[in-house]
Structure formats: C-alpha cells, structure tokens
Design a protein around this ligand. Structure first.
Ligand code: URA
Length: 188
C-alpha cells in the first residue's frame, strides 16, 4: 500500500496540491479501530498540534463517544477530507477535496473500518456524492463500497446550538452515537 511515510514526502505532495504551506494533519486514534470518523479540514488547534479534532469540536466528539460507551483513543480513528488547514478556515473547495481524496482512500484501506461516520455536510457531500441536506440524512445508514456509513451533525454546529432538549441537534446526535454503538456491537 502506498501510504505516505514521512512528513517530507507529504509536504512535497501538498506543495503540488496548492492549498497552503501549513503543516499536514493526518490522524489520531487507533489505526485498528472498527470506527472511523471523517471531518472536513483541520482548524487552528489541529494545525498547532498536528492532530485532527483536538479543539472544542474534538472534545465534544470525545464526549459523545463516551456517552455511547466508546473510548476516543481505543475505539476510534479520526481524520479529515483535507489534511491541511484551508486559508482563513474557509470550507475546502471541491477541487482541493478531490486532490486530497486519494490519501483519504488509502487511510480507509489501511484502517479497514466496519463503520465510517461522516462529520458534517462537507464530508457528507464529498463521500456520498449527494446533494441531500445533513439535517435530512443525519442518523441514517448508507452503504459506501461495502462499508456502513452514517452522516452526523458537525460538532461545531452543536456548539452553536447547545440546547440539550429532546429533539434538538445535540439530543439527536446522542441518539446517533447510540445507534452507531448498537451497530458496532452487531457487526463485531
Ligand atoms: N473540524 C474538522 O472538520 N476537523 C478537525 O480536525 C477539526 C475541526
């Protein structure tokens, strides 16, 4: 498998990708995990630590996994569609995503997860090639190349909508993680 081995190799690839000269953020978590979480692109904290989902969004994801009885270090592998922080934290373009996708596909091959969680609408649209809104398809199962895939709300959206009331985004996402746990138990 041609998986990038050193940051030198990665950086030379990313120069060609023309996104930025920022550090490459590849993954965190367990490479043997049955559960893979795919986000959009690293933010400021992720860039600083060279690890995905280590800021407030990442902490919220850790808690949601915990609510479902899953451990973020042992039971999950986190990565992003795009491995460098887009300028001014803008949403990566489809062209930028398409340049980074081959690397993501290598990660999926390497980890070989039973379940993939697509975090937010950018990951949903890039992987499932759908125009559906995240609010319409979150919490539903899809088959992508034989892998069970579920889109969920992005944690940054939950941070902006913090109500814990029944039926609100946070509550719906807790239910999604419980369903993910149920499916994992069934598949393992
Ligand atoms: N948001 C993302 O989509 N990815 C990260 O790594 C952090 C925040």
């Amino acid at each position: 498998m041609s998986f990038p081995k050193s940051s030198k190799v990665c950086m030379s690839n990313f120069c060609k990708l023309q996104i930025s000269n920022s550090p490459v953020v590849v993954s965190r978590g367990n490479t043997s995990s049955d559960l893979m979480l795919i986000g959009e692109a690293p933010g400021a904290m992720e860039e600083e630590l060279s690890l995905p989902f280590v800021g407030r969004s990442g902490q919220l994801l850790n808690s949601l996994l915990n609510i479902a009885g899953l451990d973020h270090e042992k039971d999950a592998y986190f990565c992003n569609l795009v491995k460098t922080r887009p300028p001014k934290n803008r949403v990566p373009t489809m062209h930028e995503i398409s340049l980074h996708l081959p690397w993501l596909f290598q990660q999926i091959k390497l980890v070989n997860p039973l379940i993939i969680i697509l975090i937010g609408s950018t990951a949903l649209h890039a992987i499932l090639k759908t125009k559906s809104k995240i609010s319409q398809v979150r919490g539903t199962w899809h088959n992508w190349n034989g892998i069970n895939v579920m889109p969920i709300f992005h944690p940054s959206y939950l941070l902006r909508n913090p109500s814990k009331e029944s039926g609100r985004p946070f509550d719906l996402t807790c239910s999604d993680f419980c369903e993910i746990r149920r499916k994992l138990n069934k598949l393992q």
